[in-house]
Design a protein around this ligand. Structure first.
Ligand code: SF4
Ligand code: SF4
Length: 472
């Protein structure tokens, strides 16, 4: 029985309700009156429920799809302006006891090189990331209670925060590790993590169990209820995501929104971010073996529909996507992207020799961070290295309140300009720096409050004179 307030996975992601939502979408997908009503509701910028959003996703009327895209673009502008936050993944270990059939780290894969970074290795990787200009990273690790216990993850976080190389520092560590206990989530919170991210992979229990035949991840309920335990452990910023391509995208979409509604109903805080990865080629993995692979057009439609359904939730894409796809979805709602990523363990210090392979998936976007920053600016975006909120205690419902009433913009925009200025001073190529200086000079006039504008101008001068880490 569907119950968004239940703490049981099979009740807040009730299979029958997901199917009923898909059916609802199919029933009204060509009904202009119903679609118009839903679009009008979405224009209020308070979001849509999973059934309403399923109608927009199913809609096949080109003019109405265009309207949804235009609204997604407008909501993106209203909530996120033209800023894009940058981050990089850091792979700590690819030892894993699970048997996920779509991931090359699965235990049975004997031809992948298994690696685990020591604390010295991590320090070297962090210096390499800092030398690129990164301030925000997401650590990733396979699940292995012996090789990667929670103590290893906690020690790694400590190491990452402790490294200060030249003007560099990692100011926010997001964590993407396997579902764990309330106790361990509490420890992660105490270690000062930003967002806890866990991809559901698929919400369909039957498919989930087939795709995760062995290992602790096989337990659908334990995995699906992980965000509840994270919240109970005090982590109030959590990131959802599904791996599109494993199941029918309409199923995943409806269930993903049900998960967001569940968190909102029980904890009063929806997800901080939603990631939209798609299955990609990797060692031992052929995406064509999965018959639910989605086209670029459908992928864009999913991004636009998520944007209008949960306007206040950040949306993330990774280097799995090509430059062309990234260009499109940035407009439609994505607010965070990775740049200059390496998806192999230790890949920032040493590119892998040809006969070795420890990457989780193939990267489609191989540009350097400097190239990504320049490309963003050339496309009218402000690349942002901001990490201010969690450091200022703006997390959970406090953050969501500011987000929902739009006040967060008063922090995001100035912080983007100040962190970009730091990047330009310390890491940018001359060409990128020139474009960036022009952009900052132009954008500074768009800060509405005079007092804030004055403070930011002063800080920009201070940054040029060598001071760092200003934030609102
Ligand atoms: S997806 Fe995660 S849990 Fe599954 S095999 Fe890969 S690293 Fe392990
Ligand atoms: S001010 Fe907060 S919400 Fe805005 S970019 Fe910075 S960390 Fe993100």
């Amino acid at each position: 029985m569907y119950n968004p307030k239940s703490l049981k996975a099979e009740e807040f992601i009730d299979h029958e309700e997901v199917l009923a939502s898909i059916e609802y979408g199919e029933k009204y997908k060509n009904n202009v009156e119903v679609i118009d009503e839903i679009i009008e509701k979405a224009k209020l910028r308070k979001g849509l429920n999973h059934r309403e959003a399923s109608v927009l996703l199913a809609c096949e009327i080109p003019e109405k799809i265009n309207e949804v895209y235009e609204l997604a673009e407008q909501i993106k502008k209203d909530f996120y302006g033209n800023r894009i936050v940058l981050f990089a993944p850091l792979y700590l270990s690819n030892y894993c006891v699970n048997g996920c059939v779509y991931c090359p780290y699965h235990r049975q894969n004997k031809h992948i090189t298994r690696k685990k970074l020591s604390q010295e290795d991590i320090a070297r990787e962090v210096i390499a990331l800092q030398d690129m200009g990164h301030k925000r990273i997401a650590i990733e690790s396979g699940e292995d209670p012996v090789m990667n216990p929670i103590e290893y993850i906690l020690e790694s976080i400590k190491t990452i925060y402790s490294i200060k190389h030249k003007n560099g520092s990692i100011r926010r560590v997001n964590v993407n590790i396997a579902a764990t206990t309330v106790e361990n989530y509490r420890k992660l919170k105490e270690a000062g993590i930003g967002t806890y991210v866990l991809f559901q992979e698929t919400y369909n229990k039957e498919s989930y169990e087939k795709l995760h035949p062995t290992g602790p991840k096989h337990d659908y309920a334990y995995h699906t209820e992980a965000m509840d335990r994270a919240m109970q452990g005090g982590i109030d910023d959590v990131g959802l995501g599904v791996l599109f391509g494993l199941e029918s995208y309409k199923y995943e979409f409806a269930a993903l929104l049900m998960h967001a509604e569940h968190l909102e109903a029980v904890y009063g805080v929806g997800p901080h971010t939603i990631s939209v990865p798609r299955i990609k080629p990797a060692d031992d993995i052929d995406p064509n073996a999965f018959d639910n692979a989605i086209s670029d057009d459908i992928f864009e439609k999913i991004c636009a529909c998520i944007r209008v359904a949960v306007p206040y939730t950040g949306m993330i894409i990774s280097t799995r996507e090509s430059k062309a796809v990234r260009e499109k979805v940035l407009r439609l709602g994505v607010s965070q992207i990775s740049g200059g990523s390496r998806t192999s363990v230790g890949g920032y210090c040493e590119p892998e020799p040809e006969d070795e392979n420890s990457a989780q998936f193939e990267v489609s976007d191989r540009r350097t961070l400097d190239e990504v920053v320049r490309w963003l600016m050339e496309n009218g975006y402000i690349p942002s290295f901001c990490t201010a909120c969690y450091r200022e205690g703006r997390t959970g419902d406090r953050f969501m309140r500011l987000c929902k009433n739009g006040q967060i913009q008063n922090c995001c925009h100035p912080n983007a300009l100040m962190t970009l200025q730091e990047y330009l001073e310390d890491y940018a190529s001359p060409e990128t720096k020139e474009i960036g200086e022009t952009l900052i000079n132009r954008e500074i006039n768009n800060i509405p409050k005079e007092k804030v504008r004055r403070i930011v101008k002063e800080n920009l001068v201070n940054i040029k004179n060598g001071q760092r880490d200003f934030r609102l």
